[in-house]
Design a protein around this ligand. Structure first.
Ligand code: C2E
Ligand code: MG
Ligand code: MG
Length: 603
C-alpha cells in the first residue's frame, strides 16, 4: 500500500532489478505499478463468484465446476445430495468412479470434444451411482471457463436429475406397446417384431406363422363369474401359451379374449401344426378359477408368410378368417388359411395314423425291380422297393408316405422290416439257383442316425443266411454330408460286416467327390432326372458323361436309373454305362413275377 498526498492509499506492485558493476552490487532499478484497477476487478470477480455460489447453493439442480482433467473443483450441496453425499465428501472422492461404466466413454468423449472446441455441452445424459447403489439419470449442460491469459481452465455447469422423468417415459413407452393386464406386447409392438422377424426369415429362407387364437367360451366366464375371474382366466391362458411356444416367439394380446402368436423361423408346416396342437391340448385342460374348475377351449387360425402374403395386415386378416373357419368347424380346432395346407396337414396326420397301424399289422409289401446288364440282358441286381396298399386309401406312393414315415420316426421299424424281408427273399432266390444276384435296399437318413442300424443289418443277414456281399445299401448324398464324422463311423462298421454301399440319386445332391473315397462307396446310381432328358438336353448329357467318367476313374460300379427308351439305353452304352434299371426292362414287380423274369432272362 502506498499513501497519496491527500492521505488516501492505493495498492502497489513493484519489482526490482539489481545493478552490478565489476561483480559488485551497486544499486537497483525499482518499478512501482499502481494496481488499484486490477484489484477492483479481482474484488468484483470474488463478489460475483460469491454471488454465484450463493445462488448455486439455492439451486434445486447440481451446480458444479471441473478442471480440464474432469476433476471436480466445486459442487453445491444439493448436487452431492442427489447422489447421497455432502459436498465435502463428494469433492474428496474420485467422482469419475460414480459414472455408470457404460456411460464413461460418453463422458470422456464429451470432455474431449469440449476441450477441442473450447465450448461447453448441452443435454448430455449420464447415469451416476447413488451412495445406495442405485443409479440417477442426470442431464448435463456446461460452459467453458477461461483464465486471464485466455487459456481454458475448466468448465462449469448445471446437471438436472431427470430420473423420474425417464422412468415415466419408459412406463409410457411400455404401456403404449403392451397390454396392461397381461404385460404382453400389443399389436403395435407385434407389428414391429413381425417386420424384424420377416427380414430374418428372408435371410434364412424360412417361414413365419401367425396364429390367431380366440377363446371359445370367455364371454360366458366374464358374464357369470365377473371380470375379476375373467382376468384371472386370461392370465392363466398366457401362462399356458408361453409353455407351448419357443423363447423367440411373440405372444400378443389383442384385447378381449383374442391372442396373436408370431412363430419365427418355422422350418415346415408340421412344426406349426404341432405347436397349434399343443396349444389346443393345453387350453382344453380345465382351469381352476376361485376354487371352480372351468372347461375352456380355443380356436386357432393360421396364416403363413410368405405363402399367404408378406404384409402384416393381410396375414392377420387371413389368420382371422381361418380362425372363424376353425370356430365353424366345431371349435377347439385349428385351421390354416390356405385350403391346400389344411389338406396337407390333415393328410399328414391321417397317413401317420394309418402308417402306424400298417406297421403293427405288417401291412407292407416289397416289389422288386431288376438291374440289367445291357450287353447280355441278364439280371445282375435287384432293388427292393416298399409298397403300401391301404384298404381305405388304396395304393399310396412311396413319395407320399416315406416322408411322413421319416418325420414320425416310423421309418426306423419299417426299414428294419424291409431289411429282413429283402434279405430273406434274396436268399430264397439264391437257393432257387440264381446264385450271384445282389439285393439293394434303400436307407433313409433317420435310420442312419439311429445306432441300431448295424444291429438291424447284421440281424437281417443272420436270420436270412444271405452272404453280406450280396446286400447293397442305397444311401443318398445327404446322409454322407450330414454329421459326416458320426456317419463315417457307422459306414466303417457297416463295411466291416461285408455289405456293399451305393449312392442313390447321384448328381442331385452335392456330388462332392471327396466323400466317395472317404466312405468307400462301391457303386453310383445316376439319378433318373438326368437320364430322362439325356437325348434332348445337352446339359444332362454332359452331366451323365461326367458321372460315368468319375465312376470309372474311382473304379466304382455304375448303374443308370429310369431308363425308359432305347435311345436312352444306346446313349448310356455308348458312354460306357452297361448296368441299367428302368421301365424299358421291367417295372418294380411282386416277388413271384420277378422270379418268372429271372427264369426267363438268367437261364
Ligand atoms: P429310388 O430308390 O430312386 O427308386 C427308384 C424309383 O424310380 C422307384 O420309385 C421306381 O419305381 C422308379 N422307377 C424305376 N424305373 C423307372 C423308370 O423307368 N421310369 C420312372 N419314371 N420311374 C422309374 P418308387 O418305388 O415310387 O420309390 C420312390 C422312392 O421311395 C425311392 O427312390 C426311394 O427313395 C424311396 N423308397 C422306396 N422304397 C424304400 C424303402 O424301403 N426304404 C426307404 N427308406 N426308401 C424307399
Ligand atoms: Mg433306390
Ligand atoms: Mg434313385
Amino acid at each position: 500500500m502506498h499513501w497519496r498526498k491527500d492521505g488516501s492509499c492505493f495498492p502497489v506492485e513493484y519489482w526490482s532489478h539489481p545493478i552490478y558493476r565489476n561483480g559488485e552490487l551497486v544499486g537497483a532499478v525499482v518499478n512501482f505499478i499502481d494496481i488499484s484497477e486490477r484489484k477492483r476487478t479481482e474484488e468484483a470477480l470474488r463478489e460475483s463468484e460469491a454471488r454465484y455460489r450463493a445462488m448455486a447453493e439455492q439451486s434445486a439442480d447440481w451446480v458444479w465446476s471441473i478442471d480440464v482433467e474432469g476433476r471436480h473443483l466445486y459442487t453445491n450441496q444439493r448436487g452431492a445430495a442427489i447422489l447421497g453425499y455432502t459436498a465435502e465428501e463428494f469433492l474428496a472422492a474420485d467422482a469419475l468412479k460414480l459414472v455408470h461404466p457404460e456411460d464413461l466413454p460418453l463422458f470422456h468423449e464429451t470432455l474431449r470434444a469440449a476441450l477441442a472446441t473450447r465450448q461447453g455441452w448441452q443435454s448430455v445424459v449420464l447415469r451416476w451411482r447413488h451412495r445406495n447403489g442405485s443409479y440417477r439419470i442426470l442431464e448435463s449442460n456446461a460452459t467453458p471457463l477461461f483464465g486471464e491469459g485466455g487459456q481454458l481452465t475448466g468448465f462449469q455447469g448445471v446437471d438436472r436429475d431427470i430420473t423420474e422423468r425417464k422412468l415415466a417415459e419408459e412406463r409410457i413407452q411400455f404401456l403404449a406397446h403392451h397390454d396392461a393386464l397381461t404385460g404382453l406386447p400389443n399389436r403395435i409392438l407385434l407389428r414391429d417384431r413381425f417386420e424384424h422377424a420377416r427380414e430374418m426369415a428372408r435371410q434364412s429362407k424360412s417361414r413365419l406363422a401367425i396364429l390367431f387364437l380366440d377363446l371359445d367360451n370367455f364371454k360366458v366366464v366374464n358374464d357369470t363369474l365377473g371380470h375379476a375371474a375373467g382376468d384371472q382366466l386370461l392370465l392363466d391362458v398366457v401362462e399356458r401359451l408361453s409353455r407351448c411356444t419357443r423363447s423367440g416367439d411373440t405372444i400378443s394380446r389383442q384385447g378381449g379374449d383374442e391372442f396373436i402368436i408370431l412363430l419365427n423361423e418355422v422350418p415346415d408346416l408340421e412344426t406349426v401344426e404341432n405347436i397349434a396342437g399343443e396349444i389346443l391340448a393345453a387350453m382344453s385342460e380345465p382351469m381352476e378359477i376361485d376354487g371352480r374348475y372351468l372347461n375352456t377351449s380355443c380356436s386357432i387360425g393360421i396364416s403363413i408368410c410368405p405363402e399367404d402374403g408378406d404384409d402384416f395386415d393381410s396375414l392377420l386378416q387371413k389368420a382371422d378368417t381361418a380362425m372363424y373357419n376353425a370356430k365353424d368347424s366345431g371349435r377347439n380346432a385349428c385351421r390354416f388359411f390356405n385350403e391346400a395346407m389344411n389338406l396337407q396337414a390333415h393328410e399328414h396326420l391321417l397317413l401317420q395314423n394309418r402308417l402306424f397301424q400298417a406297421m403293427v399289422e405288417e401291412d407292407f409289401q416289397l416289389h422288386y425291380q431288376p438291374q440289367i446288364h445291357a450287353g447280355s440282358g441278364r439280371v445282375v441286381g435287384i432293388e427292393a422297393l416298399l409298397r403300401w396298399n391301404n384298404p381305405e386309401l388304396g395304393e399310396v406312393e412311396p413319395s407320399r408316405f416315406i416322408p411322413v414315415a421319416e418325420e414320425s420316426g416310423l421309418i426306423v421299424p419299417i426299414g428294419s422290416w424291409v431289411m429282413v424281408e429283402a434279405c430273406t427273399q434274396a436268399q430264397a432266390w439264391r437257393k432257387a439257383g440264381f446264385a450271384d444276384i445282389g439285393i439293394s435296399v434303400n436307407l433313409s437318413a433317420l435310420q442312419f442316425r439311429r445306432t441300431n442300424l448295424i444291429e438291424s443289418v447284421a440281424g437281417a443277414l443272420n436270420r436270412s443266411g444271405l452272404p453280406p456281399h450280396l446286400l447293397e445299401l442305397e444311401l443318398t448324398e445327404s446322409i454322407l454330408l450330414q454329421d459326416a464324422e458320426n456317419n463315417l463311423e457307422t459306414v466303417r462298421r457297416l463295411k466291416s460286416l461285408g455289405v456293399r454301399l451305393s449312392i442313390d440319386d447321384f448328381g442331385t445332391g452335392y456330388s462332392s467327390f471327396s466323400y466317395l473315397k472317404r466312405f468307400a462307396v462301391d457303386r453310383l446310381k445316376i439319378d433318373q432326372s438326368f437320364v430322362r432328358d439325356i437325348t434332348s438336353d445337352p446339359d444332362d448329357a454332359a452331366i451323365v458323361r461326367a458321372i460315368i467318367l468319375l465312376a470309372r476313374s474311382l473304379r466304382l460300379g455304375i448303374v443308370a436309373e429310369g431308363v425308359e427308351t432305347l435311345e436312352q439305353l444306346d446313349f448310356l452304352r455308348a458312354e460306357g454305362c452297361e448296368e441299367v434299371q428302368g421301365f424299358l426292362f421291367a417295372r418294380p414287380l411282386p416277388a413271384a413275377e420277378l422270379e418268372a423274369y429271372l427264369h426267363e432272362h438268367n437261364k
